[in-house]
Design a binder for this molecule. Structure first.
Ligand code: PEP
Length: 262
């Protein structure tokens, strides 16, 4: 029952970045925080391509328990150092309700990943944390279920929720997930919340990041969030979907060249 589409502001007072209908927000950064050098380099690549928010996972929700799980608190501290140098606000994932206070203390925006979209205790905890939330769509969730997950956060008094379409499971194996681009206008017709697109996690392939970003703009998404890495071949997480700095700049140019939605 919100009359207009909302804008969510991310960052410290005086340095806030909008995500909403009047702008197209470009978020970029490494899938995972690995080292201070790698994170700073990725952040510099993101900033020089025009990104205004830095992404980076310190707590990684990996399918395999044997895969790199993230640096945890040390990763959060690296993100804070990198924010100090670059000025970019940080969005980072929280996977466990017990970690919400420490993540909220360090980050500007809390990310709920696809695997936790229906973790209602976690949603309530981020609803109480007083920071904006990036709520990814569950990979097997309907749009209705996704919006109800957002209600769990809103019910705690936190309306600063940004939705993120990141692909859903289908029978098609050519891409890791199938980007449900129609979700963007469908959500916008039903909800006042901003909605952005993650082409990196949707496709799992870097060659599709530019075309899917263009699709996101064309349907009226409020932004994109993409992976970038200084050396994708050695990345500890999702290297095949990470762009290099030059590719990220190409993406920014392709995105800028598209006419604005009327
Ligand atoms: C991520 O953005 O780091 C991530 C793991 O994304 P998703 O939850 O969409 O898989």
């Amino acid at each position: 029952h919100h009359p207009d589409r909302s804008t969510v502001w991310v960052g410290q007072p005086g340095h806030q970045v909008p995500i909403g209908p009047d702008t197209f927000t470009f978020i970029a950064g490494p899938c995972a925080v690995e080292t201070p050098e790698q994170t700073l380099e990725a952040a510099r690549m993101a900033k020089s391509a025009g990104a205004t928010i830095l992404r980076g996972g310190a707590f990684k929700p990996r399918t395999s328990p044997y895969a790199f799980q993230g640096l945890g608190l040390a990763g959060l501290e690296i993100l804070v150092d990198v924010r100090r140098v670059t000025g970019l606000p940080i969005v980072t994932e929280v996977v466990d309700a017990r970690d919400v206070p420490v993540v909220a203390e360090h980050a500007d925006m809390l990310q709920i990943g696809t695997r936790n979209m229906a973790n209602f205790g976690l949603l309530q905890a981020v609803g109480d944390a007083g920071k904006p939330v990036l709520l990814k769509r569950g990979m097997t969730a309907t749009i209705e279920e996704w919006l109800m997950a957002a209600e769990y956060i809103a019910q705690r008094g936190n309306l600063d929720v940004v939705l993120c379409e990141r692909g859903i499971r289908t029978f098609e194996p050519a891409t890791r997930n199938t980007l449900d681009i129609s979700a963007v206008p469908v959500v916008q017709a039903t909800s006042h919340l901003p909605v952005i697109v993650d082409p990196s996690h949707a496709a799992g392939r870097k060659d599709l990041v530019v075309p899917l970003s263009r699709a996101a703009i064309a349907v009226g998404a409020d932004g994109v969030i993409v992976d970038v890495h200084p050396d994708p071949e050695t990345a500890l997480c999702d290297g095949p979907q990470a762009l290099l700095g030059t590719e990220l700049r190409e993406l920014a140019q392709a995105v800028r060249r598209l006419p604005p939605m009327v």
